[in-house]
Structure formats: C-alpha cells, structure tokens
Design a protein around this ligand. Structure first.
Ligand code: NAP
Length: 477
C-alpha cells in the first residue's frame, strides 16, 4: 500500500490532510481496493491556497524567465525518467490500457517542454496609438490558479493546466478527481524534486462535493481552470462569478463523425471505432454520433462493425490491450442504461452490449443502429463504449442534425472533396475538427468547445493567454 502516492502534497511536503475519510482506490480490472488516499478538508484548501500565494509572491513570479523555463524543462525530464511508474499507476488506478497510459505520460512531458519553450516566445505588443507616445502591452501572471481535473485522462489534463499556468508565472492548487488522484500527487512530488519552489504546485485530493466550493470561492484564487462535466462546470462558473474569478471550462461532448460517399471508406470505417471506443468511450472527444451518406451506409456499417469486433478488450496491464474496463461499476451502469433504453425503444444493437468477463468493469464496444435524433442516446453524452450510426441524404439536413446538440467539442469529416470539407467544417458548431482524421489534441494548438462544451481553451499559446492578465501601458513622449 505504501508504494502508492496517497497523501496531499502541500508546501513541498506530504500531508495526511484533515478530510473526514480517506478515499478508497479501486482497480477497475479486478474490482479490488488497492489503496486509500487521504482527503483534503476545507481547512486544507485554505492552507494550500495561502501557501501557493506565498510561493507566488516570494519565489515564482519574480523568477527570471530563463530560470522558470529551466524548472519546467526539468519537470519534463523527471516525468520521462518516471514514465513507466506513472503509467503503471494510471493503469491500476483507472484501468487505462498500459500502452495508452505510457503515451499519455509522454504527452504530459511534452506539454511541460512546450510551455518551457513558450516562456521566451510569449510577449506583448507595441501599439501605434493615435496621440503618439509609446504604448505597449504586458502579459502578467494572475496569482494562484485552481486546476480541477477529471478521471478520464488524469495525467495529461493536469499537465495541460499546470504547465501553462506555471509558465506564465502563476502558482497552482491542483485538485484531482477522487477516482484518479495517484499520478497528480506524484506529479506534485516530482515537480518539487525538479526544482519547483515549495507551494508553487499544491496537490489536494478530496471530494469535489466537500472542497469544490471552497476552491471556487477562495478570495486568493484568481482563476479556476476546470475539466469535467457540464453540470459541475456550470456550478463553478456561478460560484466564480461572485468575485469575477476568471474561469476556463472544458466540458462534455457528443461529437459527430461525418462520412461522405466520396471518402476513403475503408480508412474512415476502420479507423472510426477507436475514435469512439478508445479509453472505453470515456473521452469528451468521442465521435459518438456517426453520420454516413446513405449511398455507402450499409458498406460503412459492415466495415465498422467488423473492425469493432476485432478490438481487443482485455486486461489493461497487457501491452496488447486496446480497450480496458470502465472506471467504475457506476460508469458501466450508466452506459448499460443507455443501451437498455435503446433496446426497449426497438433500436438495433449491431454488436456489443454485453459484459465480456465476470470480473472487472468491462463492457463490449456497442454499435447502435436505427436510432432517432430525439433518442436520449443520440442527444446525451454516454461516456462509455456506445456509438450510434445514422444515414443521411442531404448535406443541409445533416448539418442541422449535427448542430442540434447542446455540445460542440470536436468532430471529424471524411471526404475527398476539399471544397465540401471546408464548407462543412465552417458550419459545424464545434471548437475542434479534423478532416480525414480523428486527431483532436495537438499540444501546439488550441483545444476546447463551443456551446455547453466549454469556455476558453487549453493547449497552444492560447492557453498561455488564458493564464495571464493583459496590461496596457502608455508612455508620453
Ligand atoms: P465531474 O464529475 O464534473 O468531475 C470533474 C472534477 O470536478 C473532479 O475532480 C471532481 O471531483 C470535481 N468536482 C465534482 N464536484 C465538484 C464541485 N461541486 N466543485 C468543484 N469540483 C467538483 O466529471 P467527471 O465525471 O470526472 O468527468 C467526466 C466529464 O468530463 C465528462 O462530461 C467529459 O466529457 C468531461 N471531460 C471533458 C474534457 C474536455 O476537455 N472537454 C476532457 C475530459 C473530460 P470528485 O472526483 O472528487 O467528484
């Protein structure tokens, strides 16, 4: 048990915190509790924020940019040195296939490298104002940032927030999800070992329902950067509005995958299953609504179902596994309820829908056909391995259905007609799109959603803007 990072990381030290009860951690592949993590109380939130404020004022914001960059490069290096241990922790904690876990830890390291490099390339402007003189802008840090992250991509999403916030000169209080706190705690320890001053990254595991409000309303928190459900994001925005804290929100999705008849059908159909079933469908970018031009619908479905059947659902600790279990019994139950609802409404389950093993929170990748746009499973985010495929005849009607969603996070368009690709991509209401690809996340490019999928952007230089205040200074001549 003691090998697992299971304590708060406060002011450069591990702390047992004062939360009411430790949080048990269950291995989703075995259903066994393998460790308990100490939880933060509201008093710990205050201690964390005050320590982060001290670190901001006394140690971090005044550091020369070169020194800040050196620390971030060191954090990237130490993440890479610990890649295997971190990947194993993620695999055990949330059932993430070990190959994916390794990729995601590597992604976290790349994020630190990117923002370490960004420090010397992120600057203001000089502006030729009408009255003459000299006018310029500064990008200044905000102070203490609260980063609240979900359990589906625990390590990379923590890095998406912590790295640019630190790069911009802020300090951070990181609250991991209760189901996945281990790699976040280890990140705090490693960053400290890499030279980050004590208090500059505080890690406080704890139930969101118990400490979330304290974080979102603490007067010293200047920004809340949140990734999670639309419901909690909306709540945080309401609380943050009281003293006009800055917020960025990366929320849910119900992303479209649009396939035109002129596309490379083989490539589209065989790559599409992993665009929704990767991470067992627990992905905000999951392309869970597939729109296929009717002329090629039957062939597409045949190829898609065949490719889905070949996906290897297995123990996440094995290198060969593509699909692991869901994170919890509750998360699987939610997905199963969507499938049951579809069955009851007479929809066709083309493949999947069953539990493949007696133990572990597994669920077969599930393909639903004959679904109607008004169906709950077509409208709502399942956050599990469930996809719906519908035919379309008319581009304009298809686009109305694509945009008939409260979400607008990501999506794909498959066509070899460039004009159509550009025309359609302009009209899809989403923050991230890929053409003839399912790639949504690039460290160098902005990531985030339209509508109820969020506000603000992670990644790229855009995220640096989101962790700074813009100041204009005028000098008379
Ligand atoms: P969630 O329930 O909203 O939880 C996300 C985080 O918020 C967790 O750390 C959670 O802590 C915390 N939280 C819960 N209640 C809170 C409160 N009252 N105040 C402050 N924080 C609180 O979402 P989830 O189930 O973990 O994640 C799934 C959702 O995240 C999906 O909707 C998915 O689409 C979305 N997501 C979006 C993106 C994106 O980039 N757009 C990426 C990944 C996931 P506890 O765990 O302690 O409850």
């Amino acid at each position: 048990m003691s090998d697992h990072p299971n304590k708060l990381f406060l002011n450069g030290n591990s702390s047992e915190g004062r939360g009411s009860a430790p949080i048990p951690q269950t291995n989703p592949a075995t259903e066994e509790i393998f460790c308990e993590v100490f939880a933060a109380s509201e008093a710990d939130v205050h201690e964390a924020v005050e320590g982060a404020q001290q670190a901001y004022l006394q140690a971090w914001r005044g550091l020369a940019p070169r020194q800040r960059a050196d620390v971030l490069f060191s954090i990237a290096r130490i993440i890479r040195e610990n890649l295997e241990t971190l990947a194993q922790l993620e695999c055990e904690n949330i059932g993430k296939p070990i190959g994916d876990a390794r990729d995601e830890i590597g992604l976290g390291a790349r994020v630190f490298e990117y923002y370490a490099g960004a420090i010397s390339k992120f600057f203001g402007q000089t502006i030729p104002v009408a009255r003459g003189g000299f006018d310029f802008t500064l990008r200044q840090p905000m102070g203490v940032v609260a980063a609240i992250v979900p359990w589906n991509f625990p390590f990379p999403i923590a890095c998406w927030k912590v790295a640019p916030a630190l790069a911009a000169g802020n300090t951070v209080v990181l609250k991991p999800a209760s189901q996945s706190p281990l790699t976040a705690i280890r990140l705090g320890e490693l960053a400290h070992r890499a030279g980050l001053p004590p208090g500059a990254l505080q890690v406080i595991p704890g139930q969101g329902s118990a400490i979330g409000d304290a974080l979102a309303t603490h007067p010293l928190i200047r920004k809340v950067s949140f990734t999670g459900s639309t419901e909690i994001g909306s709540r945080i925005m309401g609380l943050a509005a009281r003293d006009l804290k800055r917020v960025s929100l990366e929320l849910g999705g119900k992303s479209p995958n649009i396939v035109f008849a002129d596309a490379d059908l083989e490539q589209a159909a065989t790559s599409s299953p992993m665009s929704v079933f990767a991470n067992t469908g627990q992905d905000c970018c999951a392309r869970s609504r597939v729109f296929v031009e009717r002329k090629v619908f039957d062939r597409f479905v045949e190829l898609f179902v065949d490719a889905t059947g070949k996906l290897l659902v297995d123990d996440p600790a094995k290198d060969s596994t593509q699909i692991g279990p869901l994170v919890s019994a509750g998360q699987r139950r939610v997905a199963e309820e969507f499938i049951e609802g579809a069955r009851k409404a007479g929809r066709v389950v083309a493949t999947g829908g069953e539990r493949p093993f007696a133990k572990g929170f597994y669920l077969q990748p599930t393909v639903l056909l004959d679904v109607e746009p008004s169906d709950r499973v077509w409208q709502e985010e399942v956050f599990g391995p469930v996809v719906c495929i519908r035919p379309f005849d008319d581009e304009a009607q298809m686009l109305r259905e694509v945009n008939d969603s409260r979400y607008g996070l990501s999506g794909s368009i498959w066509t070899n007609d460039l004009k159509r690709a550009l025309r359609v991509s302009r009209q899809v209401e989403s923050g991230v799109l890929s053409i003839n690809s399912h790639s949504s996340v690039h460290v160098e490019a902005p990531f985030g959603g339209f509508k109820q999928s969020g506000l603000g952007r992670d990644l790229g230089m855009t995220a640096m803007e989101g962790y700074t205040e813009l100041k204009n200074i005028y000098v008379a001549e």
